[in-house]
Every structure is written in structure tokens, then in C-alpha cells.
Design a protein. Structure first.
Length: 187
């Protein structure tokens, strides 16, 4: 069995139409024709195209920082890595540093890209850059959170315990942990 993708022509998009919109989201209908002649109409959430960042910030060689914040989708508080949208004109690294300052009160002298992930690519066209943040320095910026975020230090040696936490269920944060473990093994 080959692990290499077989080259395929992308479906042709014949029509795009915004079918719904809220303050934060746009739903787009797309009429597609596949290379075998099959036609389908798909709907997807259309993002801003700016993307987002998630940071794995290390306060020291053995400890990274998490945040606990309200998640409206599940109506509970979730533990995860700091994250946020890339503002117009920002690079992922600039956005990562700004979000760190806003959410955990630190900037990073060192940022290393671990991976770019897509959340539910069947329905969303947004990407998230996951970055390792090291050599932190105290620096706070005012953010847009409605309440202060709880900053939670976590030891690398306790990653298995983290993965068992009832409030650590956000898939992108779990992916970041797996990428972190791979990075630490290769270092």
C-alpha cells in the first residue's frame, strides 16, 4: 500500500454563493464538478483567510503554560494552549508573540514553527500555525478577553496526566501536545 497521494485534478468550482452570515461566520455554498463528471453542492464555513496561531510556551526547560478559558461552543471552561487570530498585516510569529502577551503575560525571544493544522477541512477553510515559544520574558498587552484567563503551568513529565484531564479536550491542543512530544524526542 502506497503512502504517497495519487495526483488528482481538483474539482471545478462552477459557482460560489454566501448563503448565511453572522457577525463571526459566513457559510458559503459551492457547486462542484469532479473529474469523473459527478456534481455536488457543498457548504463550508468561509474564514477570513488570515489564519490563527497556537503557542506552546515554555516558562523553563520542564514547564509549559496553558490557559483555562470559557468555550462558548461547549459552554464550559477548557484547558488548552494560548491561541488567537492573526491580525491583518501580521506574520504568524508576530501574532504568536502578541497573543502570548495578551493571554499569559509573556513575550518570546524564540518562536519555532511545529506544524500547520486544519480544523475539520471538509467544512472549514482556516488554518492554525502551532509554534513552540521559548526564552520568555515578562510583557503584558491588553487583550480582548471578557475576563482574565487562568494561566496554568504544566510539567512536561506530566503530559499523560494532562491528556486525562476532563477539561483538556480541544483537538488542536491535543495535536499540539503530540507535536511537542515528537519535537522533544528529536531534540
Amino acid at each position: 500500500m502506497s503512502k504517497t497521494a495519487v495526483p488528482r485534478d481538483l474539482p471545478v468550482i462552477h459557482q460560489r454563493q454566501d448563503v448565511a452570515q453572522s457577525r463571526l461566520f459566513k457559510i458559503e455554498s459551492i457547486d462542484l464538478e469532479f473529474s469523473n463528471g459527478a456534481t455536488r453542492q457543498y457548504e463550508r464555513m468561509r474564514g477570513s483567510g488570515r489564519g490563527a496561531v497556537m503557542m506552546v510556551p515554555f516558562i523553563d526547560a520542564e514547564t509549559f503554560l496553558l490557559v483555562r478559558e470559557y468555550a462558548a461552543g461547549t459552554h464550559n471552561y477548557q484547558l488548552g494552549f494560548p491561541k488567537g487570530l492573526i491580525d491583518p498585516g501580521e506574520s504568524p510569529e508576530q501574532a504568536a508573540n502578541r497573543e502570548l502577551m495578551e493571554e499569559v503575560g509573556y513575550g518570546a525571544h524564540q518562536l519555532q514553527h511545529l506544524h500547520t493544522v486544519h480544523m475539520a477541512p471538509t467544512f472549514f477553510n482556516s488554518s492554525m500555525h502551532i509554534l513552540l515559544a521559548q526564552d520568555l520574558y515578562p510583557q503584558r498587552l491588553e487583550g480582548d478577553e471578557p475576563e482574565p484567563l487562568e494561566v496554568v503551568p504544566w510539567k512536561v513529565s506530566e503530559i499523560d496526566t494532562l491528556l486525562q484531564q476532563a477539561d483538556f479536550t480541544e483537538a488542536r491542543s491535543i495535536a499540539a501536545v503530540l507535536l511537542l512530544e515528537r519535537h522533544l524526542r528529536s531534540a
